[in-house]
Write a protein that binds this ligand. Sequence first.
Ligand SMILES: [Fe+2]
Length: 327
Amino acid sequence: MEPTLRTVDRVEFLVLVDNCLDSLSSVPKHVSLEWPRLMRHGMKELSGEWQCCANHGLSLLITARLADVEHTIMFDAGPENYTLERNAPRLGVDFATIDGIVLSHGHWDHAGGLPAAVRLAGAANAKRSVPVFVHPEMFRQRAMTLASGAILPIKAIPNPQELSQLGANVLSSTEPQGLCDDFFWMSGEIPRVTPYEKGFPGHLRRSEDGSSWEPDPLIMDERFVAVRVRDKGIVVFTACSHAGVVNVLLLAKESFSPTRLYAVAGGFHLSAANEKIIPETIRDLRSFGLSVIAPGHCTGWRATHALVDAFGESVVTPSAVGKTYSL
Ligand SMILES: [Fe+2]
């Protein structure tokens, strides 16, 4: 299927939830920090009570603008309700403007805050139910195998029935699709092409009959979101990159060629067992000629350092809660 994606004038994304806070490090012109945003939305004195919080997970609020039309989606909702409920009002998020919520894959650290997101979106606009885009394979319970061999279950994510009861319009599909009048594009399943991006070793899911665990290293329900910005190119949002960030970008490149890839933001999953593929990943990332790289969440500090070393501070600005990127 031919992807449909409009060209917008600009895109802005706010980091609502991420693993880290960094209110002080200087940033390039296209990025603004948490504190000025807190002040714009009511912070009169610097205090602990006014700060956002970090938690293991990701939630981005992405706004695309074309002429005088704006659309906003939430890409993931972080690991639990509290983080979203604490950060969103401090950062001045108007839930009435959220046209849809995209879940990147079926993991707690991206889906745990969905009930709060759906509730807040419903409260802000009682006349409609917010669309929540999911993949049918996201909802089988997952687990990971520890070094000891023991199995650690992963908390089940809110299921479609629960989300519907909270007021969501749950839309389930495996296919790529344009969202919000084709201001955004959500990918389908991401082909695994590179020889070194092997997913999440030791990741498991419940068998179909629920009686046992079965290997699930590929997490094929994962998708990414893309926006096409005039005079710049494709901006790719990848929340956890279990597919491998190079595989993600290869699909984005193929889907929108000849438009160039301009930026990538999100979690690149180059921590833990994946630290060993940092060199190949950096080598192959060079081929995309990216102008903006915003590593966050599960990228890990070693990969973040390697990205800065390879591409420089003018390209790489690590993500942190409350940062706003304007592209
Ligand atoms: Fe994640």
